[in-house]
Design a protein around this ligand. Structure first.
Ligand code: SF4
Length: 78
């Protein structure tokens, strides 16, 4: 699968790093590092991170489709 994070949206809340630490990691307080091609065994964790991101910055492609915060059932985040 392929992971894309819109770094213009990302505010460094680190929800993704908490939920999928094999894929996302914070570097310092605000810089996000991530594996853009994680193994499919990480799929459940990554989709949890997609849903949890408060600013809906994460998109996943290839894990049975294209996954955005809307598709995995994230709340509005407001
Ligand atoms: S959860 Fe969203 S805003 Fe927070 S670090 Fe991850 S991508 Fe950025």
């Amino acid at each position: 699968m392929r992971v894309v994070v819109d770094l213009n949206r990302c505010q460094g809340y680190a929800q993704c790093a908490f939920l999928a630490p094999d894929v996302f990691a914070m570097h310092g307080e605000e810089a996000l590092l991530y594996d853009a091609r994680p193994d499919d065994t990480r799929r459940a964790d990554v989709l949890r991170a997609v849903a949890a991101c408060p600013v809906r910055a994460i998109t996943v492609e290839g894990a049975g489709g294209r996954w955005t915060a809307d598709r995995v059932g994230a709340s509005d985040g407001a």
